[in-house]
Design a protein around this ligand. Structure first.
Ligand code: PHE
Length: 357
């Protein structure tokens, strides 16, 4: 029994991993382990022999069991120590720098414009960028073969060969949203609709995709005076410049009568664009009183209701406000440009918190 004891005590002491230790446990005190087999032999002994051997065997079993569990704990501690050593991590090291994105001026200005018009009771709507012929043209009093269709430099979608229906278009303006919103809610109405529009045009102040914000207010006695007040109120808030000069020019759109285009005073000095000074003008919007046929197309009775509408170039007013000289750079995705002209994500424009950084 002493030899057995010594054999296992030594073996346990020398074990280096938990699975060998488990093998040892089975070999010693497992069901068919050496100690267990010895215990079975107790039955064949005389009562006197058993009285001596029984307690000794039990003591041996206890001793081995506690040696096994002590070793098991020691191995687990060692394993943990090893993990702590190998998985050690210095949390005080500076982290890898993460590129920080910026909010594009167009997004920022869209938010700014929305905040100002929301304050005047306008809700925000959106419409599809792929529009059908009717919403983009006919409903806005631009029938087929109307010369205004040519002025728009429209991008047409493809129709399958032999399909004679008019092709869908990339909307040339946000005005189709006027019709969609009238259909949706009827009069009275006060809504703005920002979004992308498309025309085949490209120079310093024109890109084939650009952004407009449509505005529309319909009521029983809405007039041109309301239009002028709303726009002047808007420009004062947006540019945060007292007495910023605007110019209302009589104009023509098929969907408004009378119509006016609005320019903002600006100057170009050494390629620098500045607003509120100089004797250049930048056209920023078209507007007017909604044509009765347009109200009708939207399901609004022109004998009961009247309204104004305007369409403003978001990119244009962003250029003016933030002194960005070339519109094309807006859509080049040049990171240096985006970092320079972009806004912090935390810089949400609100009327009370200030509209610009
Ligand atoms: N849709 C016109 C354009 O894109 C702008 C406009 C909108 C004019 C609403 C009058 C009324 O040029």
């Amino acid at each position: 029994m002493d030899a057995l004891r010594q054999k296992y005590i030594d073996a346990i002491a020398n074990v280096a991993d938990e699975s060998t230790l488990e093998d040892l446990r089975v070999a010693a005190v497992g069901k068919k382990g050496e100690v267990s087999l010895k215990m079975r032999e107790l039955g064949k002994m005389t009562p006197e022999e058993r009285q001596v051997a029984g307690p000794k065997l039990n003591a041996l079993k206890d001793e081995l069991n506690s040696a096994l569990s002590a070793k098991k704990a020691a191995l687990a501690d060692a394993a943990l120590d090893e993990r702590l050593r190998s998985e050690w991590l210095d949390v005080t090291l500076p982290s890898r720098s993460r590129g920080q994105g910026t909010i594009h001026p167009v997004s920022q200005v869209t938010e700014e414009v929305s905040a100002i018009f929301a304050d005047m009771g306008f809700t925000v709507a959106e419409g599809p960028q792929i529009e059908n012929d009717w919403y983009n043209f006919d409903a806005l009093n631009i029938p087929p073969h109307h010369p205004a269709r040519q002025e728009f430099d429209t991008f047409y979608m493809n129709r399958a060969e032999g399909d004679d229906r008019p092709p869908h278009v990339l909307r040339t303006h946000t005005s189709p949203v006027q019709i969609r919103e009238m259909e949706k809610t009827g009069a009275p109405i006060r809504v703005i609709a920002p979004g992308r529009v498309y025309r085949s045009d490209y120079d310093q102040t024109h890109t084939p995709m650009f952004h407009q914000i449509e505005g529309m207010a319909i009521g029983k006695d809405i007039s041109m005076a309301n239009l002028k007040w709303v726009l002047e109120e808007f420009f004062a808030a947006f540019f945060e410049i007292d007495g910023i000069k605007t110019r209302f020019r009589a104009s023509h759109f098929p969907f408004t009568e009378p119509s006016a285009e609005v320019d903002i005073q600006c100057s170009w000095v050494d390629g620098q664009l500045r607003i509120g000074e100089g004797d250049d003008w930048m056209e920023v919007l078209g507007s007017g009183m909604m044509h009765p046929k347009v109200l009708q197309a939207g399901g609004v009775d022109p004998d009961k209701w009247q309204g104004f509408a305007f369409g403003m170039g978001i990119d244009r007013i962003a250029m003016l406000k933030y002194g960005i000289p070339d519109l094309r750079a807006f859509f080049d995705s040049d990171l240096r440009w985006l970092r320079h002209y972009g806004f912090s994500a935390l810089d949400m424009p609100t009327l009370h918190g200030g509209l610009s950084k």
